[in-house]
Design a protein around this ligand. Structure first.
Ligand SMILES: *[C@@H]1O[C@H](CO)[C@@H](O)[C@H](O)[C@H]1NC(C)=O
Ligand SMILES: *[C@@H]1O[C@H](CO)[C@@H](O)[C@H](O)[C@H]1NC(C)=O
Ligand SMILES: *[C@@H]1O[C@H](CO)[C@@H](O)[C@H](O)[C@H]1NC(C)=O
Ligand SMILES: *[C@@H]1O[C@H](CO)[C@@H](O)[C@H](O)[C@H]1NC(C)=O
Ligand SMILES: *[C@@H]1O[C@H](CO)[C@@H](O)[C@H](O)[C@H]1NC(C)=O
Length: 418
């Protein structure tokens, strides 16, 4: 009996699995322009007939359709196709020729498949491609020349693969000089060649988050990258930034993300050349002190995040002549700030609107001073912990004065953490 049930169950399962192709729905003008397919129960090899042979189709979405392979002619006779989404499938390789034809394609999403690389020539009939998303595959190497025909490429996402920057040939991008956005995050880009990105002339955004970098890479700061607006160097192992000229060329940079590194020291004038800088993220590092000039005189700098460091003293001078609007100093190790900190900032160009200073070993008297100041100026602060329910500061048995001396700091730090 049990055996019979098992057989029936297996038969039903088998029936469900067999011939299971995704079902596709056409929308748009005359219901032919836009095709969206959804998976059936089993793996599927994409063949001619599912979406092919349609002169009107411009968009095909085959996301998450359990596709394990793509056959020749799967996109036969689709001259109008501009948008193809094959993301979230299990494609391991794309045979040379399967993407031939449909040379109007502008957008190709192959993210979250199991691709390890591409045969040379795979993209040769894609001269109009602008966006190529390859994130979340297992790409180890890129054949020299594989991108060469995609001269209009603007955005390429290579994140979350198994690329080794040190083995990457800079000439791989020779013909794709108009790339605006490139994402290498979650690959090993340490020891990449200094000229890796040397052909780019319009780069806007470079993502090097989680790239196992031990220092600010030279290849990310070359003169041809002066168009760059956003540079992500977060979640790496950068310990020192001691070359004060390293960012010299990045005169248009607006956002610099150095968070989640292990930065202990930064050269005093390293950010000075960044005249367009608006935001700098330094949270979650190991800074114990800030040079007196670090953020000084940066005419557009309005957002500085120094939270989750080990800073024991915050020199107000470090921010002079910069229009600081949002300042985050939460979770550091200072017990006081300069007298009239906010007023000082205001008087030297700051326009403080939001100021976080919670989770520090505050002397109660100093905390009271700064709370008075932010309330006076109507500055938003993190008041979650300042409701009187939780201890947020420490005080010496004798007297209730704010002692603004570095040598007092350790006493309060010890008191606070014990
Ligand atoms: C698509 O266009 C081609 C060339 O104009 C024509 O030969 C073919 O029959 C058309 N196919 C369909 C399915 O309409
Ligand atoms: C590609 O597809 C993935 C997953 O389906 C999606 O998250 C991503 O935003 C798409 N890429 C682009 C550039 O639109
Ligand atoms: C790429 O450009 C460099 C310098 O212009 C040149 O030496 C090299 O031969 C080019 N490589 C390819 C594959 O086109
Ligand atoms: C900068 O730091 C690197 C790595 O810690 C070190 O090798 C180098 O000597 C330092 N250079 C200067 C000028 O301090
Ligand atoms: C900076 O990097 C962190 C860590 O990757 C990320 O969470 C944050 O959104 C980034 N912020 C900006 C403005 O790039």
């Amino acid at each position: 009996m049990q055996r019979a049930i098992l057989v029936i169950a297996l038969t039903i399962k088998y029936l469900l699995l067999i011939g299971a192709q995704p079902s596709c729905e056409y929308t748009g003008e005359k219901k032919q322009r836009d095709v969206i397919c959804t998976a059936d129960k089993s793996d599927y090899v994409l063949t001619r007939g599912l979406v092919s042979d349609n002169n009107k189709t411009t968009r095909v979405t085959l996301r998450n359709c359990k596709i394990i392979d793509v056959e020749f002619e799967a996109f036969y006779q689709m001259p109008a196709l501009e948008y193809l989404d094959l993301s979230q499938n299990q494609i391991k390789n794309l045979k040379l020729g399967v993407l031939d034809g449909f040379n109007r394609l502008k957008f190709l999403n192959l993210s979250y498949n199991e691709l390890e690389g591409f045969p040379l020539g795979l993209f040769d009939q894609k001269p109009n491609l602008e966006v190529l998303d390859l994130k979340g595959n297992s790409i180890v190497t890129l054949e020299l020349g594989v991108f060469d025909k995609m001269k209009k490429l603007k955005h390429i996402d290579l994140s979350n693969n198994a690329l080794l920057g040190r083995e990457m040939n800079p000439n791989i991008f020779n013909q794709s000089t108009h790339i605006h956005i490139i994402d290498f995050s979650r690959n090993d880009m340490s020891d990449s060649k200094d000229n890796l990105l040397e052909v780019f002339i319009e780069l806007d955004f470079l993502n090097l988050d989680r790239c196992q970098l031990n220092e600010v890479p030279i290849f990310a700061t070359k003169p041809n990258l002066k168009t760059m607006k956003h540079l992500m160097l977060s979640t790496n192992n950068i310990r020192v930034i001691n070359d004060s000229k390293i960012f010299m060329n990045l005169e248009n940079l607006e956002i610099l993300n150095l968070s989640y590194n292990v930065i202990e020291s930064i050269a005093a004038d390293v950010f000075t050349p960044l005249k367009k800088l608006k935001m700098i993220k330094l949270m979650n590092n190991r800074l114990t002190q800030i040079p007196d000039t670090l953020f000084r005189n940066i005419p557009n700098l309005n957002n500085v995040d120094l939270s989750h460091n080990l800073i024991e003293f915050v020199p107000v001078n470090a921010f002079r002549s910069s229009p600081i609007k949002h300042l985050n100093l939460a979770d550091n190790r200072f017990s006081y700030l300069t007298d009239n900190f906010c007023l000082e900032l205001k008087n030297s160009g700051g326009v403080l609107a939001k100021f976080y200073f919670n989770q520090n070993p505050w002397q109660c008297a100093c905390l009271r001073d700064i709370l008075n100041e932010v309330k006076n100026f109507g500055i938003v602060y993190n008041d979650v912990k300042y409701t009187g329910d939780e201890p947020v500061c420490v005080t010496k048995p004798n007297g209730f004065n704010c002692m603004r001396q570095m040598n007092e700091n350790n006493y309060f730090i010890d008191l606070y953490y014990n």
